[in-house]
Design a protein around this ligand. Sequence first.
Ligand code: ADP
Length: 542
Amino acid sequence: MLGLMQDRPLLISSLIEFAALYHGDVEVVSRTVEGPIHRYTYADAHQRSKQLAQVLISMGIESGDRVATLAWNGYRHLECYYGVSGMGAVLHTINPRLFPEQIAYIANHADDRIILTDLTFVPLLEAIADQLTNIEAIIILTDQAHMPETSLPNVHCYETLLDGQNGDFEWPSFDEKTASSLCYTSGTTGNPKGVLYSHRSTLLHSFSSTSQDVIGLCSRDTILPVVPMFHVNSWGIAYTAAMCGAKLVLPGMGMDGASLYELLDGEKVTVSAGVPTIWLMLLQYLSENDKKLPHMDRTVIGGSAAPVSMIETFENDYDVTVVHAWGMTEMSPLGTTGNMKPKMDNWSYEDRLAMKCKQGRAVYGVDMKITDDDGNELPRDGKAFGHLMVRGPWITTGYFKGEGGAMLDDGDWFDTGDVATLDPEGFMQITDRSKDVIKSGGEWISSIDLENIAVGHPGVAEAAVIGIAHPKWDERPLLIIVRGEDSTVEGAEILDFMKGKIASWWMPDDVTFVDEIPHTATGKIQKLRLREQFKDYTLPTA
Ligand code: ADP
């Protein structure tokens, strides 16, 4: 017997419609590419999103067509989020930090018909224009006064196009499983692959984010997503903020400490979200300028492991609760958040901190387990580590156009490529990427654990650990260090510092120093390049 409840589709347009109706006076504040701070309301955002939908329809865009953006976090990008997906087309948010050839590749692979771009990326588009095979028009996200001289063909001014429409538009209704947006993963190997979200997956992910045990976003909050709208939909925040009517502060290209502080303080931001490197810059600015964060309640840190020193500084020096989070493009992205359970209030400081350093517990909607190489489930004892497998309604079934082949096993489990432990409290801790784990004498050594401990040494700015071939043990760890400014620290001192913090057989066999460690477009260490760079390295123990 089926229930007798309405089957209303979960559509992205309903988010902005709701925000305009019930939180119509709530502000969306943006640092613009042109310079000034721009303010308007959810009601304005809704009206202009409808005008954009009219523009796209007038240009022949139909349901399912891909429309791309190359843009920072700003109000016009927000209008693209709602205007494009709302009318039934697919918003393809291109990550401008990818290499130009990769951008051309993904725009072609996605069959993007139109690109909406910030002024910043006009030169980038000019450089790859002759490689773009499907683009029919380029819309520059600015007004007539700021339109640049450009060699790009078929260029339009966003504000002029919007001015030509009256916004008298009803959002269409369609199947909630319709594709809504497309993000390509940066892909450490091979070409980037597309993850295609649906209206349904996006809304379910947003419902989850608003829950207290996840991000807990509500109408009393002011949220500043530092995480870019071109990287996994700014972790869903552009949608979640509208769902609950939270004031939204969009930092544009101002990711430096001073610019972020200006908005965090001036707009009385209560919640923020971003990757550790951004917070490192902010914390440095705060300490150098003797500033505090009196309005801020919590910050979500993910994308890479939040270092213990960062968690302690936020919580002890600035009274900002750290919510350590983990996820990935393929998961919309949220999988776990590290909100403490009530019983942990009585735990010792050290035990609580150890929990905060873990990536958090599964949010409702994400099933998680760890398995060995043969697919057998491993115990949730906080010690065994294995392949982290997930499934749920906002997790991908496979990449766009079938790239990479079938992605799920018989039970619908998706292999995240992460290696992790799960403890009896349900907290997950990433110990490695499966490609990076070091296999020594048949046992696994976590490169991430070693890196985290090494960066705790005051003379170390950054650390990376890779496995080097060893005649007896198969692989042994090599510790690669970027010294801090003015530091003269030597390898032996760092190893001495690590003693007692890890099992003795995990100790790196050697330490080497470099000026720079290579990173991906999303700020992750490029282990593949390091392995290439050190492929002929001989360990002293070999
Ligand atoms: P990319 O586009 O680089 O793949 P993703 O955001 O999809 O970017 O990257 C997801 C991966 O980032 C995860 O599989 C995991 O390895 C890593 N990651 C994300 N959050 C954390 C975290 N809190 N701690 C450690 N690693 C993390």
